[in-house]
Design a protein around this ligand. Structure first.
Ligand code: ADP
Length: 466
């Protein structure tokens, strides 16, 4: 049989857990109630048997020795008293008296209420088998009910209830003493407790109903919440997909016009379309600057959408690392000077040739270095160390800047994520690190960082040279 998908769903785990807890709790409450009722029942039996035992004296049994005493008027009187007790309480099934013997666990029978008037329980007109009452002096093996032994000193009840073909009953025994206080015999009373079981079962019904009701409420709530959550997740996923698509379309549509603006501005600056005055040149230079920034932004958005759609393409080419890094530093150094931060570079002179994607590697290093400058206050220091180890390019960009708060650290490589300490203070868009991670990992490398708020940050990258 194929289960519906939703029932296998992990979202229903809390429901399963709550259902189990509910069932267990209801069970515990029920068992406790049952125990309390059973304790009350036992108390009542002790009261019945203790009161009944007071009607007999130990000395009365001295003359009753064996079955020949069945005609003894004293025994008849004892039996009559027992019948009276039995008839006064409809729940009493048997009432009997046992005496101690020399042997432990073996008791001697003295009398019971049916002795002279046996009951034909199966109503077949013949008193037979278990219906024949025992005779005075007959032994009874009480090994199965060890609690009987303590009944000679104080009233006790059976630890367990006993069920036979006539129903469920519980036994209770109380001592019968002589006038000197010697423990001579015990009076036993077996009480029918079938009614008790009916009562307990009746108490179970509200508990079961309560459990069913609770489970029903829980199920409805969980199903409703899971459905709501799923529909929301669906909507969010769809919105995310639409946003990625829009991002991709917009950036593609923007890329060409922005390049054209740059291109025409360059032509104007170069005087290809006629002479321009010094003032016009100045404005055109600003325009050029703005369009370059715009072009960078568009290319970043394009990269983000490529990573998002899994369409990032790495084009590895042979790179002279020293030359490559020099070009990057030419762009970064002026920024450091402008921000008035110290910039310390450690790059070996004889770096080997490497197979890397030039655009993405450059973008990554430029981003790490410009971030270090951007998020470091004037007079701070930035260290840029490069090394080759195990055929890998190792770069370290360390700063003494604002750092990244601990709570933001695990999200910092996320798309458009900006840390809380700079979000409203310093301009940015949160694209750089997202692209850097995508670019480095797509080349088989790794990128990570260590940071302490207000102390500084160190970014590391390792990329294979081949
Ligand atoms: P942007 O710098 O445009 O906000 P990035 O993706 O380059 O976007 O960086 C994401 C976030 O990472 C930044 O907004 C900043 O909170 C944090 N960050 C990156 N580099 C540093 C750094 N060197 N020092 C402190 N925070 C940094």
């Amino acid at each position: 049989m194929k289960l519906p998908q939703t029932w296998l769903d992990i979202s229903y785990l809390p429901l399963l857990l709550s259902a189990t807890i509910t069932i267990f709790t209801v069970r515990i409450i029920f068992v406790q109630t049952q125990d309390i009722l059973a304790a009350r029942l036992k108390d009542r039996q002790i009261a019945i048997v203790s009161t009944a035992a007071l009607q007999f004296r130990g000395e009365e049994f001295e003359e009753i020795i064996d079955e020949s005493d069945i005609i003894n008027p004293l025994l008849k009187d004892i039996i009559a008293r027992m019948q009276k007790i039995r008839d006064a309480n409809k729940d009493i099934r048997y009432i009997y008296i046992w005496r101690r013997t020399e042997q432990p666990n073996i008791l001697e029978f003295i009398a019971d209420a049916e002795m002279l008037d046996p009951i034909d329980s199966d109503t077949n007109g013949i008193i037979e088998g278990e219906e024949i009452p025992p005779m005075p002096g007959e032994d009874y093996d009480a090994s199965d009910t060890p609690e009987v032994q303590s009944a000679f000193s104080h009233p006790v009840t059976t630890a367990e209830f006993i069920t036979d073909k006539w129903g469920t009953f519980a036994s209770a025994w109380a001592p019968i003493k002589d006038s000197k206080g010697n423990q001579i015999a015990i009076l036993g009373i077996d009480v029918e407790i079938t009614d008790f079981y009916k009562l307990v079962s009746a108490t179970l019904i509200p508990f079961v109903l309560l459990a069913i009701l609770l489970l029903l409420i829980l199920s409805i709530q969980t199903i409703y919440l899971v459905r709501l959550w799923k529909s929301r997740v669906g909507i969010v996923k769809e919105l995310d997909r639409q946003k990625d698509e829009l991002l991709s379309i917009v950036s593609h549509q923007l890329a060409t016009p922005v390049s054209s603006i740059k291109w025409y501005t360059e032509m104007l600056i170069d005087g290809d379309l006629g002479k321009v005055t010094a003032q016009q040149k100045e404005h055109l230079a600003s325009m050029m600057n703005i369009s370059s920034n715009l072009a960078d932004l568009v290319s970043m958005i394009l990269d983000v959408s490529r990573i998002q759609l899994g369409r990032m393409q790495i084009e590895k080419q042979k790179l002279d690392l020293n030359k490559f890094l020099k070009e990057i530093l030419e762009i970064i150094k002026p920024k450091a000077i402008e921000k008035r931060v110290n910039f310390k570079v450690e790059i070996p002179n004889n770096l080997p040739m490497a197979m890397l994607d030039k655009r993405y590697t450059r973008m990554t290093l430029e981003n790490l270095l410009s971030n270090a400058i951007k998020y470091t206050l004037p007079n701070g220091t930035i260290y840029f160390d490069v090394a080759i180890k195990d055929n890998e390019l190792h770069c370290k960009v360390q700063d003494t800047g604002l750092g990244i708060p601990k709570k933001d650290q695990n999200k910092i490589f996320g798309r458009m994520y900006r840390a809380s300490n700079v979000r409203n203070e310093i301009d940015g868009n949160g694209f750089g690190l997202y692209i850097a991670k995508g670019a480095i990992e797509a080349q088989g490398g790794k990128i990570w960082f260590e940071s302490m708020e207000n102390k500084g940050t160190t970014f590391y990258i390792q990329v294979p040279l081949q």
